[in-house]
Design a protein around this ligand. Structure first.
Ligand code: UD1
Length: 369
C-alpha cells in the first residue's frame, strides 16, 4: 500500500485504483460505469484482465486506462480437456498479478468478479492492497465466493444478497448503472434502426453473449412478431443470420456499444436473459420485461433467482427455459405488452437510485486506510 491510516494520501502523486473483472460484459460494465468518474477525480486507473477477453475490448474503448493482460483459467461446470490445464493457468495468473501489483503499487483494488478476477484478488491481498468486491447477482458467483475472504468489503446490488454474506463485509449499494444509458434518445434509436415511428419496438437481449435458445425462438417467429413489433435483436458474437438481413422491421446486432442507450430508449418492451446488470438497467429505464433466465442446467441458477426477485416486485413476466416454446413465448410476450403501463408504475415505485457515488466514497475510504 502506498498510504497508511495515519497519514493523508500523497499530495503530489495521484491516487491509484486497480480494477479487474471479465469473462462476460456483466463483469465489466459496472467497472466502466465507475472508471470515468475516478479519472475525472484525478485517480490513476489501471485494469488487469485476460489477454483477449471481452474486458480488454470494452476497456480499450475508454481513455486513460492502462490495461494489463494475465493468464486466466475458466471455472467450467462441464467436463473439458482445458479443465486439466486451467489450474496451471490460474497459478501462473496469480504469479503474474502478484508481480504486476507489486510494481504498480495501487492504493486499492475494485473487483467485479468473473474468473479472471480471482488471481488478481489474490495478488492484491499478497501485496496488502485493500480489496473491494462487487457482486451484482442475488447469489454470489463462484469467483466472488473464492475471493470473498480476501476482501475488506463486498458491495451487493440486491438487498437479499447481504444476508448471504458472513460477517460484516457486505454493503448493500444497489445497482451501478453507466450514466450514458440514462441519456438515450428514443428518436435517435428509431432513426438508427430506420424504423417507422409509432409502431411498437421490441428489444431482445440474450445476455451480453447472446442466447441460442432465444435467438432460435425469435427467428422462428419473426414473421408473426414483425406484424406487431419492430425488433432490435442482440444475438451475440457470430450469431447473425444473413437470411434475415432484409426482413422489414427486424434489425440484428452481435453486440451494441454506444448506441445501446438509444436502442433501449426507443424500445417499448424487452425480452432478456436475467443477468443482474441488464435487468437493473431496464428497471432504471422503466422497460417492462419478459425474462428468460439461464437454466440450472447451464448455470448455478443465479438468473432464476434474479428473475424471481423482479417478478415478485412486479417488474416482469418470467418464462423458465424448460417452459419455453413458441406458444408460451408469444403468450408471455403479449401479456407483458398488455400490462406494460401497470409494470411501469410498479417500476416507478421501486426506483432505486444509482450507487456509483456511494461506491466511490467507499473506494476512497479504503484507499486511505
Ligand atoms: C452466461 C453468464 O455467465 N451470464 C452471467 C453474466 O451475464 P452477462 O454478461 O450477460 O451480464 P449482465 O446481463 O449482468 O450484463 C450485461 C451488460 O452488458 C451490456 N450490454 C449487453 C449487450 C450489448 O449488446 N451491449 C451491452 O452494452 C448490458 O448493458 C449490461 O451492462 O454476468 C451476470 C452478472 O454477474 C450474471 O447474472 C449472468 O448469469
Amino acid at each position: 500500500m502506498t498510504t497508511t491510516s495515519a497519514s493523508p494520501p500523497h499530495q503530489d502523486a495521484p491516487r491509484h485504483i486497480l480494477f479487474t473483472g471479465g469473462g462476460s460484459a456483466g463483469h465489466v460494465t459496472v467497472n466502466t460505469a465507475i472508471i470515468p468518474t475516478m479519472i475525472e477525480q484525478g485517480w490513476k486507473v489501471s485494469y488487469i484482465g485476460s489477454h483477449s477477453g471481452i474486458e480488454k475490448q470494452l476497456i480499450s474503448r475508454l481513455q486513460g486506462v492502462d490495461y494489463y493482460g494475465i493468464a486466466t483459467g475458466k471455472l467450467r461446470r462441464y467436463i473439458d480437456l482445458e479443465n486439466v490445464k486451467d489450474p496451471f493457468r490460474v497459478v501462473k495468473g496469480v504469479y503474474q498479478a502478484y508481480r504486476l501489483i507489486h510494481r504498480l503499487k495501487p492504493d486499492v483494488l475494485f473487483s467485479k468478479g468473473g474468473f479472471v478476477s480471482v488471481p488478481v484478488v489474490l495478488g492484491a491481498w499478497l501485496n496488502r492492497v485493500p480489496v473491494i468486491i462487487h457482486e451484482s447477482d442475488l447469489t454470489p458467483g463462484l469467483a466472488n465466493r473464492i475471493a470473498g475472504p480476501f476482501a475488506k468489503k463486498i458491495c451487493v446490488t440486491f438487498a437479499e444478497t447481504a444476508k448471504l454474506i458472513k460477517g460484516d463485509k457486505s454493503v448493500h449499494v444497489g445497482p451501478i448503472i453507466r450514466s450514458d444509458l440514462r441519456r438515450g434518445s428514443a428518436w435517435k434509436g428509431i432513426q438508427w434502426c430506420k424504423f417507422t415511428p409509432g409502431k411498437p419496438v421490441l428489444l431482445i437481449m440474450g445476455g451480453s453473449l447472446g442466447s441460442q435458445r432465444i435467438n432460435d425462438t425469435i427467428r422462428r417467429n419473426v414473421e408473426a412478431l414483425t406484424r406487431t413489433y419492430q425488433i432490435i435483436h442482440i444475438c451475440g458474437k457470430g450469431e447473425l443470420d444473413s437470411k434475415l438481413d432484409s426482413t422489414p422491421g427486424y434489425r440484428q446486432y452481435e453486440y451494441i456499444h454506444d448506441e445501446l442507450a438509444n436502442a433501449v430508449a426507443c424500445s417499448d418492451i424487452v425480452v432478456s436473459r436475467a443477468g443482474s446488470n441488464s435487468i437493473f438497467e431496464f428497471l432504471a429505464l422503466r422497460k417492462p420485461m419478459l425474462l428468460i433466465p439461464l437454466s440450472k442446467a447451464a448455470s448455478r441458477g443465479d438468473q432464476i433467482l434474479n428473475a424471481e426477485s423482479f417478478r415478485s416486485a412486479g417488474y416482469c413476466e418470467v418464462l423458465q427455459e424448460e417452459e419455453l416454446s413458441d406458444e408460451s413465448f408469444l403468450q408471455a410476450l403479449s401479456k407483458v405488452y398488455a400490462s406494460r403501463e401497470t409494470i411501469k408504475k410498479q417500476m416507478q415505485q421501486g426506483e432505486q437510485g444509482d450507487s456509483t457515488q456511494q461506491v466511490i466514497a467507499l473506494i476512497d475510504q479504503l484507499a486511505r486506510e
